[in-house]
Design a protein around this ligand. Sequence first.
Ligand code: SER
Length: 448
Amino acid sequence: MKSKVIRDRFLKFFKDKNHSIIQSSNLIPVDDPTVLLTTAGVQQIMPFFSGLKEPPSKRLVSCQKCFRTTDIDNVGLTPKHLTFFEMLGNFSVGDYFKKKAIYWAWEFLTEELKIDSNKLWVTVFEGDEEISADDEAIAMWKEVGVSPDKIYKFGKADNFWGPPGEKGPCGPCSEIHFDRGEQYGCQKDKCGPNCEQCDRFIEVWNLVFTQYNFNGKKYDLLPQKNIDTGMGLERLIAIMQNVESVFDTDLYNEIIKEIERLSNKKFGISSDLDRSFRITADHLKGATFLISDGVFPSNEGRGYVLRRIIRRAITNGKSLGIYDEFITSVSDVVINTMKTIYPELKKNREYILDILETEEKKFSNTLKQGIGILEDNIKHLKKEKKSVIPGEVAFKLYDTYGFPIDLTKDIAKKHNLNIDLKAFSTYLEQQKQRARSVRGFLIETKKL
Ligand code: SER
């Protein structure tokens, strides 16, 4: 089943249950300055939950463009992590609640998509001193047919969602995990959903029972109970297409093929190279969407996130042996594979490619100088039989040559060296202080 069919079937399933389809919002959140980027479908729904805005309908469904900076370092290391992804979600604004959300999620996966129900496990909130355990959800999962030994309980870190910023709607949640089979497991007794040792279980769908508002200190009940669900489209497709990872789905096939062509290397042969393939594919897809949605590379905030992923994509391309400038070719494939779903990519094509080209040129020059400096330092350290790159060196590369710290980390790792990160942070903090006092000075001067 192709990705387009799966996306459409989700939207139609909920449309047939009287949900209005809403368009994905921009990756730059509209009404929430506390959040850098859109990380979930519910973000544009929040004002409806809080009662600040009237929803177009009490039942909504969407496929939302999301970007999670928290996963940058995980990309490449696991079969499931992405920075940019699409989130399928159905929402109820004070209409249906837990029972329908659970029954419909189960119906969609097991009847509509015919996923083997024996492979689905669930997790629920175990409760804490503020909010009670979700026994109701446990009973409902049993009603739909989940066997009790496949229902796991977790605390707030795993089974309580939101708010994405400092304040706002949130609630306990219940997740559906897909069991890829024992061959992917760590074989430990405790292996199950959320296992930290292996990737046997993949979290697919999160159902949030949004009934609280967190005001920064405590949880108050919202005037109405809401539903917010989020399912990673790429993970669902990987399950449906029965492939090893999200990068083996039809959403990535063309992108990976282009990187294979440029590098003259094959994907799926060596885990080291695969990591670079995955990072390059993920980051350039993310960069393409971020630029299209109005993010501009810079040294701060979301602009820095963009610059960081572009630079990581370039250095990973180098690890694959792509020495010429290449990122616009990959981005063009991203645009071509996604433009029917997101027509803004087609409209912004020239602009996206221009920004990428300029950024790559700029980085290539600094990269050459910076790598020279780092290699000299590494040679020196090795001669002296030292294994730690001084924080000062890492900071100079960051500050003067625009090296993201993780690039220095990547290179250090290849040489089996560590970085004095504590000293690096101290230099960084000092630099921030200096920047703050300069800003203060400018404001004062303006006043005069
Ligand atoms: N907001 C929840 C999440 O991001 C469900 O959509 O997981």
